[in-house]
Design a protein around this ligand. Structure first.
Ligand SMILES: [Zn+2]
Ligand SMILES: [Zn+2]
Length: 116
């Protein structure tokens, strides 16, 4: 699959195993508050920068040791959570229904605290 830089991909609610693989490699997780984690990275479909707040996510693990896994990754022994992510970019995508955001891509990020 190729993404033409000057031609926005049409809106399509779709997922692809490659989205999760790419997002696991490019997304980062940071602590934005005492009870708030934020995932950020480029949408694997339309490449728009995304931020996903995870307000109710608490890890026992030390800060800075979060790891992201693709869903096919074997479940580690540590705390793991599968977080569904939907593209909510502000970019223009043809064929997008009224009231929708993003390009329609969705995928799952497997997040581990790294706390073995
Ligand atoms: Zn987009
Ligand atoms: Zn997108």
């Amino acid at each position: 699959m190729t993404i033409a830089p000057h031609e926005p991909v049409p809106y399509a609610e779709a997922t692809d195993p490659a989205y999760a693989v790419r997002a696991a490699e490019t997304f980062t997780l940071r602590k934005a508050g005492p009870d708030l984690l934020v995932l950020s990275g480029p949408c694997p479909r339309c490449a728009a920068p995304l931020e996903v707040a995870l307000p109710h996510m608490v890890f026992r693990g030390r800060e800075g040791v979060f790891a992201l896994f693709r869903p096919s990754h074997p479940r580690p022994a540590s705390d793991v959570r599968d977080e569904p992510v939907v593209c909510a970019c502000e970019g223009h995508h043809p064929d997008r229904p009224e009231g929708h955001k993003g390009c329609g891509a969705y995928w799952v990020l497997r997040i581990s605290s790294g706390d073995a």
